[in-house]
Ligand binder design. Structure first.
Ligand SMILES: [Ca+2]
Ligand SMILES: [Ca+2]
Length: 225
């Protein structure tokens, strides 16, 4: 059963060598995302039926992303709409959302503010964050809008977080740390025996679209050759 749980992940890691999918947020895939709106509770069922609104102090935070080997995190928002009340005091661009990457301790390691241009409305947009100089590989993505005196709101329903790699993957590098070692075998065993996929980035070593003991054999073959 476990062998078929990752068809999407496997397809992504195989077909997109230079950019793999790190996380997806849409109506069918919102597990692990945390919507934080003080004084307001929105459960996952509600998230599945609504666009996520960001304004004031609201944030939307991704599950942990394994960014090993990733040089650029790319957020591709496929459907959104934004509201501005622009006047002499409030500037649309300054009120546009912020995209941040945070480490396991909750610290912001990278941040891109004002991701919109001066356009009043952008339904589709892309944000790229260079993390080539960032040490931690386990990161979370956080979307937020400026606090307080801005009149801005962003509503989203569908976006993808991708990781672009500048270096080609190492054959048999299951855990994505850029090296072929016994840790890659351990990563596969942790999945096959315990269902722990936290250290698997490219588990389908032999390219048959499933993760099985044959991939352990494939890793050993790469080690021997
Ligand atoms: Ca490795
Ligand atoms: Ca396989």
């Amino acid at each position: 059963m476990r062998r078929i749980l990752f068809p999407l992940l496997l397809l992504c890691t195989i077909s997109a060598v230079d950019a793999r999918v790190l996380a997806v947020f849409n109506q069918n895939n919102y597990e692990g995302w945390v919507y934080d709106r003080p004084g307001f509770y929105m459960d996952t069922e509600a998230i599945s039926k609504n666009k996520i609104g960001l304004y004031g102090s609201c944030t939307l935070t991704s599950p942990q992303l394994n960014c090993a080997g990733v040089d650029t995190v790319i957020v591709v928002v496929n459907e959104s709409y934004s509201l501005y009340y622009q006047n002499d005091k409030y500037d649309a661009r300054k009120g546009s959302p912020t995209v941040s990457l945070i480490d396991e301790g909750g610290n912001v390691v990278k941040s891109v503010e004002h991701v919109f241009s001066t356009a009043q409305l952008q339904r589709v947009f892309t944000v790229k964050i260079d993390i080539s100089d960032v040490s931690p590989t386990m990161l979370k993505l956080r979307l937020s809008c400026p606090q307080a005196d801005t009149y801005c709101a962003l509503y989203m329903r569908d976006f993808v977080v991708e990781g672009a790699e500048s270096t080609p993957p190492v054959a048999g590098d299951v855990n994505g740390d850029g090296e072929l070692t016994s840790a890659d075998v351990t990563s596969l065993y942790n999945w096959l025996l315990n269902g722990d996929h936290s250290a698997i980035v490219n588990g389908d070593v032999n390219g048959d679209s499933s993760i099985t003991s044959n991939d352990v054999t494939a890793v050993y073959n790469f080690m021997l050759n």
